[in-house]
Write a protein that binds this ligand. Sequence first.
Ligand code: BES
Ligand code: MN
Ligand code: ZN
Length: 502
Amino acid sequence: MPLEFTRQRSAETAGIRAEIGAAPTGIPADALVVFLTEGGVGSGVAAEVDRATGGLLARLAAAGELTGRRYDCVSVLAAPGVAAPQILIAGLGKREAVDGGVVHRAAAAAARLLAGRPRAQVVFAGETWWTPSQVEQAVAGAAVGMVGQDLYRAEAKRTPFGTTIWTGVAAGSVGSGAAIAAGVNLARRLVNTSPDDLYPASFADEAATIAGRTGLEIDIWDENRLARERCHAILAVGRGSARPPRLVILRHRGTTGRAADALPALALVGKGVTFDSGGLSLKPSDSMLTMKMDMSGGAAVLGAIATIAALKLPVDVVAAIGLVENMTGPAAYKLGDVITARSGTTIEVHNTDAEGRIVLADVLDVVRGMKPGRIVDVATLTGACMVALGHDVAGLFSNDQPWCDRVAAAARAVGEPVWQLPMYPEYDEQIASDVADIKNVGDGRWGGAITAAKFLERFVGGIPWTHVDIAGPAFAEKPRPWTDGGGTGSMVRPLVELARGG
Ligand code: BES
Ligand code: MN
Ligand code: ZN
């Protein structure tokens, strides 16, 4: 593995701390980040900096240089009265529209710009009017924004700060924000890793390392165990690859009793297709290019449960990640194959590129056997979901409206947009097979995200379940103000919020 790989890994836990009671203008640092809403310097930290600099910010605002527009970042050098040689003013937009997602992205945008060259110490001045949850999301945003996609570059485009200091906000929220960022950056690193380096066994090794570090219980099923456990669906998809599949099961026992036989309250399930060539239903080259990201659901689940453990949340959570590489080798599964999934349900294969639902059939069945109170699965499942909702919005599908509402609320609380699609029973007709219990695609492409969810529903055994299709938001093909692009860590923050009961 390249050296950069190790270097980037340390950035997931970079030094972030709170300094309570200190005036942000007085702290020696390479840069000071201040947040600004639209409509002038107001009464917060920007006003404080304005006073310290003899009205500099107000003059810049009057001249139209400083607007406070969302994610606009304005740099002011060598301002009098400020210890740091550079002030970066990050726009939050209209104050009444500020939420966890806005502060997260604004902090990330500021950090991304400053991380364009090495900085030993950067001070972020939080606002007293932010809620503890918003502080957390801002802290997480700054730590996520300073990490780019540099795993394999000789010269990194972003250098994480040596130390990040947050002022004006509670130390507890700074600590939890840093833990959340570590989970997001972990997921992003796994997504951004070349599929030649990240395959089922190496993903499982990563999970084992994380488990060792955070105190999670871990069980890894290799191909022999998968065969003994009748996971023929996972094995079928994996057969075309020289790299055998894995199932990773992680457990966080956060409830006071910690009884070994206690049932998990929450199960997180992730699609971990480490590369999706489409199999014999081969993808065109253009669509295949980014398919290292097809394990983003698995990465999100791993990042989330690692954070849940780091935060010692008082909840019993299990995570299960189905890891396969979908390839076209001589033993590859074929169109017309009938697979008997672990549950006994038979699946007729009409398209080997609809592999994620086949893998998840067995993962969901394993999880169902653990009798969790609720299930949420995260998967880059369908291009159809992107046709429906675009790049930024995840699709929600559920057999239980209250549970779906809670997943949606958790996502929105941290600023990840989601939208529910319907699960009318009529869609079930589309996955009826002439020769087996079900087939792995619908009739034609219409409603493809829903027929995929309908397929998954067959394997959850009536347990309250919500499926999150992150085909759009998991990967940013182009840079945005708050990210260099690549893996986004989509759904890590919502899953952590969900485990908190949010
Ligand atoms: N991994 C893809 C879905 C995907 C597409 C994710 C684009 C992210 C970006 C999935 O395995 C897939 O290939 N789905 C097919 C299903 C079809 C064959 C029924 C699709 O969406 O085209
Ligand atoms: Mn596919
Ligand atoms: Zn796929």
